[in-house]
Design a protein around this ligand. Structure first.
Ligand code: GLN
Length: 478
């Protein structure tokens, strides 16, 4: 059985025709994952007992003639910032090295109810802060496409396992690009939906007004299937939306005639590179499929990085205050007083990037600077959101690159955090506006490195986004 070549539809067909059982598939997926993982370090840990238990339940349902759900038997990997009951959840941090959550995130509950088999937890930047997966306390992830390169971040592990074939689909989280950028670097599909579309209950908080969960997959249809399962209102998360979950597959007609696609000039200026060429070539495909290509402007784009790194650090400084050595975390043994216990636990436990953000965030929220930085950044966020709203009066979708460059070499940007932040230029705008924005593979550079095209649509227009992505994918893989 070739786990690496399977799709959700292929698994459903295999189970129905009794080519394999869910337990056989889970066993093979776990074996393949432990064999391949040393190459990439993409999984932090596997959870064989839990996987086999779910798989056997699926087999029992099938044997009893019941429908185990749209993800029956599908091996799924989960980013280690999403909590799993009884299975360690480290957030890529030394502080939570031994943390075993007492509950499951809603997205995990839903995917298991649909028959999905959680096989393991994936590596990521510490508390999802980073763009290369090099901020993990448990070592970086290597890109399966080119092992000397980063897989992107922060959901680098979740992108790598899908690209490597050790999971069929996976869950990641996106705050400023952490699903799309690794998806583009590893050559897979990555989908951050509308903020609030998927419950964030059980997603460990980094920047709460931006954090959201979404799928990775090897094709557009699989991402749509997984998203449909995990989406929808959840009483455990007040920010989850009550809007009904649409039928994404029904939108994937292959017909793009008359669809208006906006190309924001701010995203293409200065992109004279192979990345730019690949995205332009993809736009030509969309044009041939009958799309009308319209030049647009998102004028406040240049302020996005500054606004994002103020808002996310402010929220992070508050969210990370809970790791104080009293709850959840390992505690420093080197402390005579309570103050020292806090200080040493946090000092020893957090990596450099988290400390940098806690300090910056504390500063921008401090009395006297709150108005000048935090409030101003929120105003800029409104302007960015309005840019998109105005664009969507003229076009149905916006198409842009995901990253200015393909996967870079391990260590290449580590010494310069500012360079790392600047690499998020094309992705953080979608998060600040809270709109759906997926990455679809659109070819490779001459060195064989994957490039991603970003498709952004109005709030809750996931159907429109999948429609464009699916038609494009079909046109180029046929
Ligand atoms: N690279 C961005 C950051 O470091 C985005 C991270 C994310 O989306 N979680 O904040």
């Amino acid at each position: 059985m070739n786990v690496a070549g399977l799709s959700i539809a292929g698994i459903q067909a295999g189970l129905k025709s009794r080519q394999f059982s869910a337990a056989e598939l889970a066993g093979e997926a776990l074996r393949f994952a432990s064999e391949e993982n040393p190459k990439t370090n993409a999984y932090l840990h596997l959870c064989p007992e839990r996987a086999m238990e779910t798989a056997r339940r699926v087999d029992a349902e099938l044997a009893a003639g019941r429908d185990p759900g749209p993800l029956a038997g599908v091996p799924v990997a989960v980013k280690d910032v999403i909590v799993t009951r009884g299975v360690r959840t480290t957030c890529g941090s030394k502080l939570l090295e031994k943390f075993v959550p007492p509950y499951d995130a809603t997205a995990v509950v839903r995917l298991e109810q649909a028959g999905g088999v959680v096989v393991g937890k994936t590596n990521c930047d510490e508390f999802a802060m980073g763009s290369s997966n090099e901020n993990s306390a448990f070592g970086p992830v290597r890109n399966p496409v080119a092992l000397d390169r980063v897989p992107g971040g922060s959901s680098g592990g979740s992108a790598a396992v899908v690209a490597q074939g050790t999971a069929v689909v996976s869950l990641g989280s996106d705050t400023g690009g952490s699903i799309r950028q690794p998806a583009s670097f590893c050559g897979v599909v990555g989908v951050p939906p509308t903020y609030g579309r998927v419950s964030a209950y059980g997603l460990v908080a980094f920047a709460s007004s931006l954090d959201h969960i979404g799928p990775f997959s090897r094709n557009v249809a699989d991402a749509a299937t997984l998203l449909k399962v995990i989406a929808g209102r959840d009483d455990m998360d007040a920010t989850s939306a009550a809007a009904p979950v649409q039928d994404y597959h029904a939108a994937m007609t292959g017909d793009l005639r008359g669809v208006r696609i906006g190309l924001p000039k701010e995203y293409f200026a200065g992109l004279e590179s192979e990345t730019g060429d690949r995205v332009h070539a993809a736009v030509d495909v969309l044009r041939k499929l009958g799309c009308e290509i319209v030049d647009i402007s998102l004028p406040h784009t240049e302020y996005a990085i500054s606004a994002y790194y103020i808002i996310c650090t402010a929220e992070a400084s508050s969210n990370l205050a809970r790791y104080d050595g009293v709850r959840y975390t390992t505690r420093s043994s080197d402390a005579a007083t309570l103050q020292d216990m806090y200080r040493h636990t946090r000092g020893e436990g957090f990596g450099a990037e988290c400390k940098r953000r806690i300090m910056l965030g504390t500063y921008v929220l401090s009395h006297g600077y709150y108005d000048a930085y935090y409030l101003k950044a929120q105003r800029v966020r409104n302007l960015l959101t309005r840019d998109f709203q105005q664009a969507f009066e003229k076009v149905d979708a916006v198409v842009a690159p995901v990253s200015p460059f393909p996967a870079f070499k391990l260590g290449e940007k580590l010494a310069d955090p500012l360079q790392m932040y600047l690499s998020d230029i094309y992705t953080i705008t979608g998060d600040l506006a809270g709109i759906p924005c997926m990455s679809v593979p659109c070819g490779t550079t001459s060195a064989g490195l994957p490039v991603g095209m970003q498709i952004l649509t109005r709030h809750f227009d996931e159907p429109g986004m999948f429609r464009v992505a699916h038609a494009y994918e079909r046109a180029v893989t046929r």
